[in-house]
Design a protein around this ligand. Structure first.
Ligand code: DP6
Length: 400
């Protein structure tokens, strides 16, 4: 019999995604089945990523989880769903290849440590990257291959889209068991090299109503949401796919803004109403429209999730000018030199015409910083053992 290693460890990273056709509302809360399909852009992991290490050992007494260095409740039902599903798939795979060596026992307990390279409080979708990373890491640990977005979906709906890079659609599916509610890549991250993404971090406050609770109230009370899911999204999905395939920024940008606005309209139509946008978000919306009007075409497109931060899509040739416009409109109070994080951009000189048409009433300090990024790949393995978040004892490394 082959000698068993005391500890088997795998580390992977996974990306954040931002929806341009929004998911809002479930038809099945347990399996996380949505009332409409959705479509997102996967963001580059050089700027935003979750790193997860999973380890199994005969010596572990119980399943344990550490999030950003703090031990967390492993009994969380969605975490349990993902663990259970991955173990089931691993068992199925073993069963299917009778006689194959089973180097690790499925009865062993697992330790999981996960960290984000961005502040969780920044309101960026950390659960999507987190569950995508968990599922991808467990899959490598247990040697499971194939369709895994279906498992990530059971952690958090939007997580299924983080299982692929580039442009990704989540097909709502029809089946009650959710087997056809999966994410698929529409185009790889290399498809639109000029596309850039600016995250305008407005506030680090915790959001008032979480997405899970918010969308359920919307399903229960908003007729607009029902109309959106049945009559609006299906057509928008095919339009958006076409705009992406044709790299048509005008079409892509317009539809992205309209879909964000409709999502926030369904929040207002929810009873009692939910407000995710704040005054700064509305300032950004007005600014983007003035910027586009000045140029006579769609040069920037905003979208907002369940919080006040804006995500702005633009093309590489517009980044520097728009960053400068944001700086002039929301003059940084103290961190002038650290206002722009992520990919580099040179300072731009703005014309008098642009300034007077677009920058109306500056609001100092309203934007904390801008993070510049671009579309990126799906989950990746990290093969360097120095990068594991769990040490030889199966406990978090001091730096993790
Ligand atoms: C506004 O995926 O966080 O970001 O499935 O309940 O975990 P659960 O919700 P979640 O909702 C995301 C909603 C959104 C839009 C989107 O990402 O499509």
């Amino acid at each position: 019999m082959a000698e068993e290693k005391p500890l088997t460890v795998v580390t992977c990273t996974a990306p954040v995604n931002i929806a341009v056709i929004k998911y809002w509302g479930k038809r099945d809360e347990e399996l996380i089945l949505p009332i409409n399909s959705s479509l997102s852009v996967t963001l580059h992991q050089d700027q935003l990523k979750t790193t997860t290490t999973a380890a199994i050992s005969r010596d572990f007494k119980e399943d344990r989880l550490w999030l950003n260095g703090e031990e967390a409740d492993v009994g969380h039902p969605r975490l349990q769903s993902c663990l259970r599903e991955m173990r089931r798939l691993a068992r199925k795979r073993r069963g299917g290849s009778a006689g194959a060596a089973a180097p690790l026992s499925l009865a062993y307990k697992v330790h999981v440590a996960s960290v984000n390279n961005f502040p969780t409080a920044a309101g960026l979708a950390s659960s999507a990257a987190g569950y995508a990373c968990l599922v991808h890491t467990l899959a490598r640990l247990y040697g499971v291959e194939g369709e895994l977005s279906e498992v990530a979906r059971q952690g958090s709906g939007s997580a299924c889209r983080s299982m692929h890079g580039g442009f990704v659609q989540w097909l709502m599916g029809e089946r009650p068991d959710g087997k056809d509610s999966i994410a698929q890549q529409v185009a790889p991250e290399t498809h639109w090299p000029e596309l850039r993404v600016l995250i305008l971090v407005v506030s680090a406050e915790k959001k008032p109503v979480g997405s899970t609770a918010g969308m359920q109230t919307s399903v229960d009370t908003s007729l607009l949401l029902k109309h959106r899911a049945e009559a609006v999204v299906p057509e928008r999905m095919s339009q958006m796919i076409q705009f992406i395939q044709q790299r048509d920024f005008e079409g892509f940008g317009q539809l992205t803004m309209k879909d964000s606005n409709q999502f926030h309209a369904t929040c207002l139509d929810t009873f009692p109403p939910i407000f995710y946008l704040n005054d700064v978000s509305r300032h950004i919306i007005a600014l983007a429209h003035r910027f586009n009007a000045h140029h006579g075409k769609t040069k920037v497109a905003y979208t907002f999730d369940a919080g006040p931060n804006a995500v702005v899509f633009t093309l590489a040739d517009t980044v520097e000018e728009f960053v400068e416009v944001v700086k002039c409109s929301f003059p940084p109070e103290s961190n002038g030199d650290q206002f722009l994080k992520g990919l580099p951009a040179r300072p731009a000189l703005l014309s008098k015409e642009l300034l007077s048409a677009v920058v109306l009433e500056p609001v100092p300090g309203a934007i904390r910083y801008i993070l510049l990024t671009k579309p990126g790949p799906g989950p990746q393995p990290l093969d360097d053992p120095n990068l594991h978040l769990l040490g030889a004892d199966g406990l978090p490394c001091p730096s993790a």
